[in-house]
Write a new protein. Structure first.
Length: 133
């Protein structure tokens, strides 16, 4: 389930696989110092306009896209809040969608729209089709 979560979140954050910057597949922002001590993954900061808000934001820069996926794996493994993103049933795309919108997008369950849930579920379904075990 971990690999599917990493794939699905990367797919969502890269505009459904269309674009990413600084080898940052997950849109990980570098503001606020929350990644202190994790420079084994992050090699610098890149300033870009955020797609959603159009504001200039600091994003983590990675030497290789694999460093980004390793960092996301680290976050999911070591951050108990984000670990809740991983479904107990690796085929539960509904769970992933609602948890992703809550934990990664900051959207409470009551405010999640059917459209947001469906798009996010489709990303996990795509991950299931690519990662079969």
């Amino acid at each position: 389930a971990m690999r599917r979560v990493i794939y699905a979140s990367s797919y969502i954050e890269s505009g459904l696989g269309q674009a990413f910057v600084a080898n940052n597949l997950n849109g990980i922002q570098a503001e606020g110092g929350q990644w202190t001590g994790q420079n084994i993954y992050i090699k610098g900061v890149a300033i870009f306009r955020e797609n959603k808000t159009k504001l200039c934001r600091s994003f983590a820069y990675y030497d290789k896209w694999q460093d980004c996926t390793d960092h996301v794996r680290y976050i999911l493994t070591n951050n108990t809040g984000k670990a809740a993103l991983i479904p107990v049933d690796p085929n539960d795309s509904d769970y992933f969608a609602k948890q992703y919108l809550l934990l990664w997008g900051g959207i409470p369950y009551a405010n999640q729209t059917p459209s947001e849930i469906n798009v996010t579920k489709l990303a996990y379904e795509k991950a299931k089709s690519v990662i079969t075990s």
